[in-house]
Design a protein around this ligand. Structure first.
Ligand code: PEP
Length: 263
């Protein structure tokens, strides 16, 4: 269902009316985690200045350590819905278990499946039935074939509104948090009709790499990027090292305006 063999034209997915796919470069941006209404609103205002047409923010955080910040849960979703109201940007947020899919879908415009859950098949089937577009991140140890099979689980339940997100894979390299597999962009676009975006924040894990990796993603033909922003990264409860600050926002906006006509 997700293969280009039976569907040669590349798909455009609409999220709250905003298109993601060929001929557009979508910027999804906002805080890694929702912490407070003020922090979320400020991060999303910065996201708008960076050129974002959709907002991101995690209310349920699937952390490697159980002692790390786990998110505000439904309270965080309410904050996201208020920030959508305030800014007009549709909400992309993660869901981490099949039992809460309908509740998260009642607040979200797009459901995100994180890298750690890429092969949580019960969750994939649940979002396949939820009636919302899905952002499917690549598992950090998943091959492209495994990633596309995960998308097939969602599609099989009747939901073809899927956007794939390359977010870096685990390699022997330790200088970066993950290794951005930039070749996945054209490879997957050839194999599948689904849009492919890149997460330059979680791939590098470092703020100084986000702008260069964004440029690389655009040059490789990605259909969009998803970026972490925080008004005060030093106080961030999650992934502050990779969050962009105000001075980076202009560079992202420039990269998008200057490079996207080359696509
Ligand atoms: C995220 O985008 O908030 C996230 C946790 O990303 P990943 O699943 O790619 O690690």
């Amino acid at each position: 269902l997700v293969s280009r063999q039976h569907h040669p034209a590349r798909s455009v997915i609409r999220v709250g009316g905003v298109p993601i796919g060929p001929d557009t470069l979508s910027v999804i941006a906002g805080p890694c985690a929702v912490e407070t209404p003020e922090q979320t609103l400020e991060a999303v205002r910065m996201a708008k200045r960076a050129g974002a047409s959709l907002l991101r923010g995690g209310a349920f955080k699937p952390r490697t350590s159980p002692y790390s910040y786990q998110g505000l849960g439904e309270r965080g979703l309410k904050i996201l819905a208020e920030v959508r109201q305030e800014t007009g940007l549709p909400v992309v947020t993660e869901v981490i278990d099949p039992g809460s899919v309908d509740m998260v879908a009642s607040y979200a415009d797009m459901l995100q499946i994180g890298a750690r859950n890429m092969q949580n098949f019960a969750l994939l089937q649940a979002v396949g039935r939820a009636g919302r577009p899905v952002l499917l991140k690549r598992g950090f140890s998943a091959t492209i074939e495994e990633w596309l099979s995960a998308a097939e689980y969602i599609a099989q339940r009747g939901n073809l509104d899927i956007v794939l997100c390359e977010r870096g894979i685990r390699t022997f390299e330790t200088a970066t948090r993950n290794t951005l597999d930039i070749s996945a962009v054209p490879v997957v676009q050839r194999l599948s009709h689904l849009p492919v975006i890149v997460d330059p924040s979680h791939s590098g894990g470092r703020r100084d790499l986000v702008v260069p990796l964004t440029r690389a993603a655009i040059a490789a033909g990605a259909d969009g990027v998803i970026i972490d922003i925080h008004p005060e990264p030093k106080t961030a409860l999650c992934d502050g090292d990779q969050a962009l600050v105000e001075s980076d926002v202009r560079e992202i906006a420039d990269a998008v305006t200057i490079l996207s006509p080359l696509m």
